[in-house]
Design a protein around this ligand. Structure first.
Ligand SMILES: Cc1ncc(COP(=O)(O)O)c(C=O)c1O
Length: 421
């Protein structure tokens, strides 16, 4: 009998169309430079756990307290994930079951807030200034069911203005204050947020989806000592399977666990949870700290290189894994820049910038991140080269010779730093 059930050859013969698309995706990942700030390369060990028979198991409840029999082995992996998350981040309690970041945020709001209660406000960063859809956007459950008040970055510095956050908190007396971002290049002053939350008696929540892997590797400040609750996805800088987790203080553990199950979710995805345990073990190794620091170092090198190419960086640079470029001075939209880069094998995304006059589908900016290149081992010299390629492509997007040269340089770079060799 085999000890591992998933089988690639069987998939190829059972469903060649799906197998073909999966093989093409691997080839795309090997030949495209991944600068999408929210993406990464999960390790072969993480991918193996995802393809395991733990996919087959129903395990509603928590380790030791399940609504199904036969949970002795998924209890092992879920307990490992919980213990490792608590140890790695110094947290009092971890829930590793959220299927995704949106569900983790939904559970965190559900633990502390009543829906459609206008007295219970949440202060969060507005989407166009770096917040996430689930931080109160009117098209998302967060904005439809909960009462959000948005804070913005300062118009001149383009960083979060803590005096403004405090003024809004004193004015609105929110039940919850939320920090965290999807497109903000700087560090967040978690201690200052905590002080404001204490002043108005608010719960302090951090959505650390983007930067949690940097926290694990010691390359970004940890929100855990300051926040009541921290949510994050496991597939971005943390480099694990798609999914999410919630960390919280002991006093909130029961409310968080009940909000995840049975309030928001049914059966946990135990194969994903096994993969989360693996990625946490990887994140405890010394080479993960090297990767986290390389990620920030390369983001800085990329930002500096783009500035040398004459592009304007929102807030003037970065302290994290991502940079935001304002394309207004060169008269290009984010959507066009995204397409021009895609044509030469560079994947990045159009992004709204603070006070953006364009709608999000066009946008005046692009967001670039380095978790992917840092995982492949690229460092500052490669990012300088990439900045130069992007600079040329954006200056002459319609010049065929420029495109051809850029495409060849990207291919060469990906050969030197292969994905899944
Ligand atoms: C800050 C933040 N929170 C939540 C999410 C949502 O995560 P998911 O796509 O897993 O639902 C994202 C995803 O981009 C994010 O950037």
């Amino acid at each position: 009998m085999r000890e591992f059930a998933a089988d690639w050859e069987t998939l190829k013969s059972t469903d060649p169309e799906v197998a073909g698309a999966i093989a093409s995706e691997l080839e795309r990942e090997r030949t495209t430079l991944r600068l999408i700030a929210s993406e990464n390369y999960a390790s072969p060990a993480v991918l193996a756990a995802l393809a395991s028979t733990m996919n087959n198991k129903y395990a509603e409840g928590y380790p030791g307290k399940r609504y199904y029999g036969g949970c002795e082995f998924v209890d092992v992996t879920e307990s490992l994930a919980i213990e490792r998350a608590e140890r790695l981040f110094g947290a009092e309690h971890a829930n590793v079951q959220p299927h995704a970041g949106a569900q983790a945020n939904m559970a965190a709001y559900g633990a502390f807030l009543e829906p459609k209660n206008q007295e219970q406000k949440v202060l969060g960063m507005v989407l166009a200034h770096g917040g996430h859809l689930t931080h109160g956007s009117p098209v998302n459950f967060s904005g439809k069911w909960f009462t959000f008040v948005g804070y913005e970055v300062d118009k001149d510095t383009e960083v979060i203005d803590m005096d403004r956050v405090r003024d809004l908190s004193l004015e609105h007396r929110p039940k919850m204050i939320l920090a965290g971002f999807t497109a903000y290049p700087r560090v967040i002053d978690f201690a200052a947020f905590r002080t404001i939350a204490d002043e108005v008696g608010a719960i302090f929540m951090v959505d650390a989806a983007h930067f949690i892997g940097l926290v694990a590797g010691g390359a970004y400040p940890s929100p855990v000592p300051h926040a009541d609750v921290v949510t994050f996805t496991t597939h971005k800088t943390l480099r694990g399977p798609r999914g999410a987790m919630i960390l919280c203080r002991d006093q909130h553990a029961k409310a968080i666990d009940k909000a995840v199950f049975p309030m928001m979710q049914g059966g946990p995805l135990e194969h994903c949870i096994a993969a989360k345990a693996v990625c946490l073990k990887e994140a405890m190794q010394p080479d993960f700290a090297d990767y986290a620091h390389r990620t920030v170092r390369t983001a800085r090198a990329l930002a500096d290189g783009l500035a040398e190419e004459g592009l304007r960086l929102v807030s003037g640079g970065t302290d994290s894994h991502l940079a935001l470029v304002d394309l207004q001075p060169i008269g290009m939209t984010g959507a066009d820049a995204e397409k021009s880069c895609e044509r030469v094998g560079i994947a990045l995304n159009k992004n709204a910038i603070p006070f953006d006059p364009l709608p999000p589908a066009t946008a005046s900016g692009i967001r670039l991140g380095t978790p992917g290149p840092a995982t492949l081992g690229m460092d500052e010299p490669e990012m300088k080269e990439v900045a130069h390629i992007i600079g040329e492509v954006l200056r002459e997007p319609d010049e065929e010779a420029v495109g051809d040269r850029a495409r060849a340089r990207v291919r060469d770079l990906m050969k030197r730093f292969p994905a899944y060799p």
